[in-house]
Write a protein that binds this ligand. Structure first.
Ligand SMILES: Cc1ncc(COP(=O)(O)O)c(C=O)c1O
Length: 383
C-alpha cells in the first residue's frame, strides 16, 4: 500500500502557506482556549458571510454536522430522499438520526439528483430531500427547491464538496432550510477534519448548538465560566477545536484563490483530455460555477475504467472511484431499503473516475497525466 507521499502525482495535495502555520501556532502558544476559543466564533462569522446565511455552527466533521441537522429538523422515523452517488456519510447520518434513506437516481449533466424523477416519485411519506452537489458542481438545485417547496418537504443541501460553487449569484448552501459542508483533507477548504452547518433559521441554530455540546445550556464559555450549566436535552461532543478553526480561518482567507487555481487546472486538463473520444465529462450548466473538488471523467465501461486505474498507478499517478453506489454496498444491501430505479447511477458508478486535482498541480504534471491516459488508450486499442 502506497503512502500519499509515495505517489508521483497524488489525487489531492494541500496548499499550505506560512499563514496557516502562524495561525495554528498562535493558538498553541497561548496555552489556553484550545477548545471554544475565539477562532470558533470568528470562523462561524466569516463562513456565514462567505456563504451568505445568517447562522453558522462549525462541527468536528461534515458527518457530525449532517447528523445534527437531521436530528434538529425532527426527521426521526421519516423518509429522506438521497442520491446513491454520494459519500456513504450522506446515508449514514440519515440512519444515525433514526430516519430512513430512500435512494433516487441522478441526471447525467451534473450527476446530482434528477428533479424530474423526484417530482414523479414523491409520496406523502417523503419528508426531506438531501441533494448532493457532487465534486464541486452544483446539482439542479433551483428545480429541486421548487419541488421541495410545493410538496412542503424539508430541503437540506449536502454541500460537503462544493464550498464556493454558485448557481446564478447564489452560493450552494443557501437554497434549503440548512446545508452542511466538510473541511476534510481532500476538500476545497480544509482544516484536516471539520464541518459546518449553515442556516437562516434561528430555531434550528439554537437546537444545533445544544446538540453539538452535550445538550448544555450555558450563556458563557463553559471552560472559563463559573456559571452552572443546565443540561436540557441529549447532546453529543461534536465541537471543533480552536486549533482546527484557526487553520480553517487561514485557508478561508485565500479560498477564492484556491478555487481559481483549481478552475484553471481543470480547464487545462480538460483541454488535454478532450482529444480522447473515449472520455466523457459531466458538464457545467449555464450560470453555474464549478469549484472542482474532484476532477471527474467517465469511461466507456467498467473494465476500461478499472484497467486505467491500474495503468496510471503503475506510473505513480493516483486515480480513484468516487463513489461506489451506496445501495450496492454490503451494509445497505443487507438493510434491504427500498429504492427507486437507479439505472443512471449504476451506469455512472461503473464508469466514473477521479483524476488528480489540487491547486498546486503543475502543467508538467497534467501533461504527464494526459499523456499517460493517451498511452493507455493506444495500448488498449492495440491489444
Ligand atoms: C458528499 C459528502 N457528504 C458528506 C461528507 C462527510 O464529510 P466528513 O468527511 O467531513 O465527515 C463528505 C466528505 O467526505 C462528502 O463528500
Amino acid at each position: 500500500m502506497k503512502k500519499t507521499s509515495q505517489w508521483k502525482i497524488p489525487l489531492f495535495k494541500i496548499n499550505v502557506s506560512p499563514s496557516d502555520v502562524k495561525s495554528v501556532t498562535n493558538v498553541i502558544k497561548r496555552g489556553t482556549d484550545w477548545a471554544d476559543g475565539k477562532e470558533i466564533t470568528q470562523l462561524e462569522k466569516e463562513l456565514s458571510k462567505y456563504i451568505g446565511c445568517k447562522y453558522c455552527l462549525v462541527f468536528n466533521s461534515g458527518t457530525s454536522a449532517g447528523h445534527a441537522v437531521l436530528i434538529a429538523s425532527g426527521l426521526q422515523n421519516k423518509q429522506v430522499m438521497i442520491p446513491s452517488l454520494t459519500f456513504i456519510s450522506t446515508a449514514n447520518w440519515v440512519l444515525m438520526a433514526g430516519a430512513h434513506p430512500k435512494f433516487f437516481d441522478i441526471e447525467e449533466q451534473t450527476l446530482g439528483l434528477d428533479p424530474i424523477r423526484i417530482e414523479e416519485k414523491i409520496t406523502k411519506t417523503t419528508k426531506a430531500i438531501i441533494p448532493v452537489h457532487y465534486a464541486g458542481l452544483p446539482c439542479k438545485i433551483n428545480e429541486i427547491k421548487k419541488i421541495a417547496r410545493e410538496n412542503k418537504i424539508t430541503l437540506i443541501e449536502d454541500a460537503a464538496e462544493s464550498i464556493g460553487a454558485t448557481v446564478g449569484k447564489k452560493k450552494v448552501g443557501t437554497f434549503g432550510e440548512a446545508s452542511i459542508f466538510s473541511f476534510a483533507a481532500n476538500k476545497v477548504l480544509t482544516s484536516g477534519e471539520g464541518g459546518a452547518v449553515l442556516t437562516n433559521s434561528k430555531k434550528l441554530f439554537e437546537k444545533l448548538k445544544l446538540l453539538r455540546s452535550h445538550g448544555r445550556l450555558i450563556k458563557e464559555n463553559y471552560f472559563s465560566s463559573i456559571q452552572k450549566p443546565n443540561y436540557v436535552t441529549l447532546g453529543y461532543n461534536w465541537r471543533m477545536s480552536s486549533i482546527t478553526a484557526a487553520l480553517a480561518l487561514s485557508q478561508l482567507k485565500r479560498l477564492d484563490y484556491l478555487i481559481k487555481k483549481r478552475q484553471e487546472n481543470a480547464k487545462y486538463l480538460t483541454s488535454k483530455l478532450k482529444k480522447y473520444s473515449e472520455i466523457k465529462f459531466h458538464s457545467v450548466p449555464k450560470d453555474y460555477v464549478h469549484v472542482h473538488q474532484l476532477f471527474t471523467i467517465i469511461l466507456p465501461n467498467q473494465k476500461t475504467r478499472d484497467n486505467l486505474i491500474k495503468f496510471l498507478a503503475a506510473k505513480g499517478i493516483m486515480s480513484k472511484v468516487f463513489f461506489v453506489a451506496i445501495h450496492e454496498t454490503k451494509f445497505y444491501k443487507n438493510l434491504g431499503y427500498a429504492y427507486d430505479d437507479l439505472t443512471i447511477t449504476e451506469k455512472i458508478c461503473q464508469r466514473i473516475l477521479s483524476l488528480p486535482m489540487y491547486p498546486d498541480l503543475t502543467k508538467t504534471e497534467m501533461d504527464f497525466i494526459s499523456d499517460s491516459v493517451g498511452e493507455f488508450f493506444n495500448s488498449y486499442k492495440n491489444n
